[in-house]
Write a protein that binds this ligand. Structure first.
Ligand code: HEC
Ligand code: HEC
Length: 279
């Protein structure tokens, strides 16, 4: 009985809790030992340069505010660097949330730094590090993810389509909506590289089709269709007490996943057709 409840819970929401805590349902959770032994060193490996595509992952990913937030490194007297086991465990928690156990192809960790031509994500500020899926480092990460039992009931299903119409008519309203004590998304996300809520021209009070397409293209980067809890769009402004990310430069709009607005967005990300909550 309890096992069933757990399973349902794991399958839908708390991928990360379920993949790191042995709760008796997942036979083969993501392995911390393998992570520490073979995956984590990849983040430290020198790549012969600076900046996108050339710097060690950790150069950018131990900075405050970057997703995939790794712990700051310790230095030995001889200049070599390391993470303590405790720090590695914290890294593991973050990294685990960027993978879909049993399914490398749907894991952000695997897709971000992989060339677009090899099936990688369209965009990574950090650049592309792996030319193909035969790259030994890439394979090491993929094998680690593959070895874990899928939490996704249908790992080979095609991810749902993200409905643009709903984004245009409904989701964008959230960007303009002010909650007591908070600032609207548009206030901060109207420019820069995370500009999914660009400034609306003076003579109008909402985005037209073309502008909405532009907003959608940016917001899309933070959404993993089918997986609300792997979608930063939903985890970034969510309270860290209920599974939200450790840091957001803006407010926590949703105190918990029970917030009807969060529920609505989650349904949209899962490819369902929720009713729009109007403001
Ligand atoms: C030059 C800086 C830089 C380097 C080097 C870098 N990244 Fe990134 N990475 C970023 C930034 C900035 C973002 C957030 C914006 C984006 O999605 O591109 C990011 C995003 C990511 C994400 C998405 C995290 C999320 O929560 O969506 C993953 C995964 C990732 N990087 C993996 C890597 C890996 C693996 C390496 C090394 C092989 C690496 N990065 C090297 C800057 C960097
Ligand atoms: C007060 C300013 C501010 C407001 C308001 C704000 N944000 Fe942010 N947001 C930031 C900053 C700064 C960052 C970059 C640092 C970080 O990752 O938190 C960010 C990052 C993000 C990211 C992650 C982008 C990435 O690079 O991975 C998402 C998603 C996001 N915000 C969504 C929202 C949503 C949705 C709203 C409205 C409900 C919102 N934000 C409101 C300042 C804000």
């Amino acid at each position: 009985m309890i096992r069933n409840v757990n399973k349902l819970f794991c399958g839908t929401l708390v991928l990360f809790v379920c993949s790191t805590v042995d709760n008796g349902t997942a036979q083969e959770p993501l392995s911390f030992e393998r992570y520490r032994e073979v995956v984590e060193p990849i983040f430290l490996a020198p790549r012969g340069g600076y900046g996108p595509g050339r710097a060690p992952c950790v150069t950018c990913h131990a900075e405050q505010g970057t997703p995939l937030r790794l712990q700051a490194l310790n230095e030995n007297p001889d200049g070599t660097v390391f993470w303590s086991e405790e720090q590695s465990r914290q890294n593991f928690q973050i990294v685990s949330r960027l993978v879909t156990p049993g399914n490398p192809a749907r894991s952000r960790l695997l897709r971000k730094a992989l060339a677009v031509s090899a099936g990688g994500a369209p965009f990574h500020i950090g650049g592309k590090f792996f030319e193909s899926q035969t790259d030994p480092e890439w394979r090491t990460m993929a094998e680690w993810v593959q070895a874990a039992d899928p939490v996704d009931p249908n790992p080979n299903d095609i991810p749902p389509r993200l409905d643009f119409q709903f984004f245009q008519e409904c989701v964008q309203r959230i960007f303009l909506d002010k909650r007591p004590g908070d600032v609207e998304c548009v206030h901060c996300h109207d420019s820069g590289s995370r500009n999914f809520a660009r400034r609306i021209p003076e003579d109008r009070d909402f985005w037209n089709q073309e502008e909405s397409r532009g907003n959608f293209a940016i917001a899309r980067r933070y959404i993993e269709p089918g997986h609300p809890m792997l979608s930063r769009f939903l985890t970034h402004p969510l309270s860290s007490e209920d599974g939200g990310d450790g840091f957001h430069g803006g407010p926590r709009r949703w105190a918990s996943r029970d917030d009807p607005e969060w529920q609505m967005l989650a349904a949209w990300v899962r490819g369902e057709e929720p009713e729009c909550l109007s403001y």
